[in-house]
Ligand binder design. Structure first.
Ligand SMILES: [Fe+2]
Length: 295
């Protein structure tokens, strides 16, 4: 495997447990974001300072306020340019129609990272969903329950500029290009809300895990057939050109939600198994009915 392939291999992920110390628990306000020694930005003091600054925006944020703009650097806008150049043709080739329609409405620019504030305004006008910045650490239950209230908790930092096609954590590219766009589809926004409502009715950790897996294999990594071809509607696929190419090598199983609820996954690799719906409408109806009946 070449170095390029191995970096694409890790470009996606949805590990929401980014390590951030709770506000009151830290003595040093300048070091709220902890990066692992193998993180691409670990030795970059400027990057780490900016990550702390961006985390601080989230910590000071009060729901309903306009989201303050993140201080992205020219190097970081270049990261966006690189990613966007790879993603645009990949979307045309591999994204489902519902996603492409929503993408058009958000009108991303190729030269700069969109600010959460701008994306939030557009998404809210379309589906009523609100994006809210989070510093990092979000437990799966907190993340999913917020969806019930039409709130999507979003990271705002971008990956380190030394690895434009790789991120060990979900960054603003995944959040905006993946979730932001899909939340600009009324039907996908509806499913996100229903996931949140189902989680609120779920007490046991086993059941929560089953629902999280269904979320993973639909909202994050879902594929479907459109005019005889396999297309993506999952955010983890749609935010990475590498994932979009690789999805055609996955083992495709018919979308049976009970099966998806039992399927283990590893967020650090390309997904070897994907669940494929017969169409967008079939997926939407199946997931919606399943979540409404969930108890
Ligand atoms: Fe995600």
């Amino acid at each position: 495997m070449t170095e390029h392939e191995s970096s694409l291999l890790l470009d996606h992920v949805d590990m929401r447990l980014v390590s951030v110390e709770a506000d009151e628990a830290i003595a040093d306000r300048n070091a709220i974001v902890q990066l692992d020694p193998d993180h691409p930005g670990f030795r970059d003091q400027e990057y780490r300072a900016r990550r702390n600054q961006i985390a601080q925006i989230a910590m000071n944020y009060r729901p309903g306020d306009a989201i303050p703009d993140a201080p992205y650097t020219p190097e970081e806008h270049q990261v966006w340019r690189t990613i966007w150049k790879a993603l645009q043709p990949a979307h045309q080739k591999h994204a489902c129609v519902e996603y492409l329609k929503a993408l058009k409405q958000l009108k991303f620019e190729p030269d700069r990272i969109p600010q959460l504030r701008e994306v939030n305004e557009k998404v809210q006008a379309i589906s009523g969903f609100r994006l809210e910045p989070v510093a990092g650490l979000v437990q799966p239950r907190v993340f999913l329950e917020n969806l019930a209230n039409g709130v999507f908790l979003c990271t705002q930092y971008i990956r380190h500029h030394s690895t434009p096609l790789y991120t060990p954590e979900p960054d603003v590219v995944h959040e905006i290009v993946g979730h932001g766009v899909t939340l600009a589809s009324e039907r996908l926004a509806e499913l996100n809300r229903l996931f949140g409502e189902a989680v609120k009715r779920t007490a046991s950790s086993e059941s929560l895990e089953r629902l999280s897996r269904i979320y993973w294999f639909t909202i994050e990594f879902g594929v479907l057939r459109e005019a005889g071809r396999v297309k993506a509607y999952g955010t983890g696929l749609l935010s990475s050109a590498g994932e979009l190419e690789e999805m055609h090598h996955a083992e495709l199983r018919p979308l049976v939600l009970e099966d998806a609820s039992c399927e283990q996954y590893d967020p650090t690799h390309f997904q070897p198994v994907l669940f494929c719906a017969d169409s967008f409408a079939a997926m939407h109806q199946m997931v919606k009915e399943y979540l409404i009946r969930w108890s």
